[in-house]
Design a protein around this ligand. Structure first.
Ligand code: SF4
Ligand code: SF4
Length: 257
């Protein structure tokens, strides 16, 4: 029997506590065994198991996705012809980007669904993700076993030049369709319309959209993003010990979990 962080230890039980893939404490009829080891802070260690084993999709993610879908639909309606997005336009699906624990878990959930409902597509996504990692993995600035991006200044600098031209493994090269559209990361959900960048002062949008539009016309089509709700859900994952603090990965790893 194993327990996860944050749960209470029963008074009389044979139990083992595992954290971050390592046995930390065994309870023999309510008493810790002599081999008890004091856990280190998770942020100070590399995890031993794959990234997605630490997370589970919170129920509030459905609310987040619903808000994002409604926000995108409303921004699209206001933008009209200024928005150039269409099936087969894939520029925004080239070049790697970081995703957080919630994005990764949503993708993992999508793959679980596809393995049951469309095994051929799931197998194809797996094949593409493996190919992607075979090509780009050697230069991945992080832990290849877990898929977690490194957080040092050197690793962050390396990520700037990493796989910048690579097609996302979730992109169907024949149709230009996203094969995990319903479960795509938050970054993908804001491609196109104007959204607040950086500290929130500047509006940015896809360079293929709003060509010739004035600043006022762009501002009138801003897509609001519930950053606070997303941060809150990710924080919950971290507090429950189901995600390493501020851990990030990339789509290819998430598709293989
Ligand atoms: S965000 Fe830009 S690149 Fe992506 S589909 Fe829309 S127009 Fe095309
Ligand atoms: S997950 Fe889908 S929408 Fe996002 S970059 Fe990949 S193919 Fe494009």
């Amino acid at each position: 029997m194993t327990r996860r962080r944050g749960t209470r230890i029963p008074e009389h039980a044979d139990i083992a506590i595992e954290r971050w893939g390592r046995l930390l404490l065994e309870i023999d009829h309510g008493r810790p065994r002599a081999s008890y080891t004091i856990p280190q802070a998770p942020a100070q260690r590399r995890p031993q198991a794959p990234y997605s084993e630490y997370v589970s999709l919170p129920a509030r993610d459905a609310q987040l996705v619903q808000i994002m879908d409604a926000s995108l639909a409303d921004a699209t309606r206001r933008a009209g012809h200024w928005l150039a997005c269409r099936l087969g336009c894939t520029q925004c699906c080239h070049g790697v980007f970081a995703i957080d624990a919630l994005d990764a878990e949503r993708l993992r959930t999508g793959m679980q669904v596809l393995r049951v409902t469309d095994p051929a597509l799931a197998a194809e996504l797996t094949r593409r993700a493996r190919l992607w990692l075979a090509e780009h993995g050697p230069a991945f600035p992080g832990d290849l076993r877990t898929g977690i991006l490194g957080a040092s200044a050197a690793e962050e600098a390396q990520f700037e030049g990493f796989a910048n031209e690579a097609a996302c493994p979730a992109l169907d090269p024949a149709t230009g369709r996203c094969d995990v559209y319903a479960w795509r990361p938050m970054t993908c959900r804001v491609f196109g319309p104007p959204v607040r960048m950086g500290d929130g002062d500047a509006l940015g949008c896809c360079e293929l959209c709003f060509v010739g539009a004035s600043e006022d016309q762009i501002a009138a089509c801003e897509m609001p993003i519930p950053h606070d709700l997303e941060a809150e859900i990710v924080h919950q994952l971290e507090e429950r010990g189901e995600a390493l603090p501020q851990a990030q990965t990339v789509v290819a790893f998430a598709l293989l979990r």
